[in-house]
Design a protein around this ligand. Structure first.
Ligand SMILES: NC(=O)c1ccc[n+]([C@@H]2O[C@H](COP(=O)([O-])OP(=O)(O)OC[C@H]3O[C@@H](n4cnc5c(N)ncnc54)[C@H](O)[C@@H]3O)[C@@H](O)[C@H]2O)c1
Length: 209
């Protein structure tokens, strides 16, 4: 294992990460763009500085990482990039203008890179997790935006995602022997959230909550 700290929104830092990884391993097979920041504020109160910061990390950072690590994959003629988007990359969720725009943009980036690089052996896919109990969730809940009950109530499977739910989807998309013809796909791992158009009482009745 080779830990390589860096700031994905900084071009020089990203180049440094590529140099360290290639110096250490000589090649790169998989890139998972997982780093991200949350931002929960009404749209009309979102400052330009906050908008830029969220887009810089979640979208520009994933672009820079994909561009620089992608060059190495293209040189080798193989590789898999997995972008971690969100339910918020597929649906509007109030008070998250910058975050949602960044996660929608990441799906657009995924599809475009898949179209450009698939013929040269580099697959690019996205995973859209539902809510997971991480630092991000703890901080967002501490801000009073929502509770566990809100998330469980909105999810047909009536629970949060477990980290391994997301990791298994990423491992599938990373492995050419499992997903070698999957390219430009957006895989929801959300307990059914995105597919569910039920009204609240109907959903809760089916959940048995
Ligand atoms: N937790 C959820 O419910 C949830 C749901 C859907 C999608 N996601 C997405 O999953 C990914 C992981 O989220 P998480 O819940 O583990 O969040 P987290 O806040 O627990 O972890 C995010 C990580 O990103 C790193 N990071 C932030 N800015 C960075 C930068 N500029 N350069 C390098 N690293 C940086 C942080 O240091 C941290 O380690 C994010 O892209 C998030 O948007 C999370």
């Amino acid at each position: 294992m080779l830990p390589v700290p860096g700031d994905i929104s900084d071009e020089a830092s990203v180049r440094g990460m590529v140099e360290t990884v290639i110096g250490g391993f000589g090649r790169v097979d998989v890139l998972v763009n997982n780093a991200g920041v949350s931002h929960i504020v009404p749209a009309e109160e979102t400052t330009l500085a906050d908008w830029r910061r969220v887009l810089e990390v979640n979208l520009t950072g994933s672009f820079l990482m994909s561009r620089e690590f992608g060059k190495e994959m293209l040189r080798a003629g193989s590789g898999s990039i997995v972008n971690i988007s969100s339910v918020a990359g597929l649906l509007g969720i109030a008070d998250r203008a910058a975050y949602n725009a960044s996660k929608h943009g990441l799906i657009g980036l995924t599809r475009t890179l898949a179209a450009e690089w698939g013929g040269r052996g580099v697959r690019v896919n996205a995973v859209c997790p539902g809510w997971v109990k991480t630092e991000m969730d703890l901080e967002d809940q501490a801000g009073g935006d929502y509770t566990d009950t809100d998330i469980e109530g909105r999810t047909p499977m009536a629970r949060f995602a477990r980290p391994e739910d997301i990791a298994q989807a990423v491992a599938f998309l990373a492995a050419p022997e499992l997903s070698g013809y999957v390219n430009g796909h957006t895989l929801s791992v959300d307990g059914g959230w995105y597919g569910d158009g039920s009204w609240e009482s109907l959903r809760r009745g089916k959940q048995g909550l």
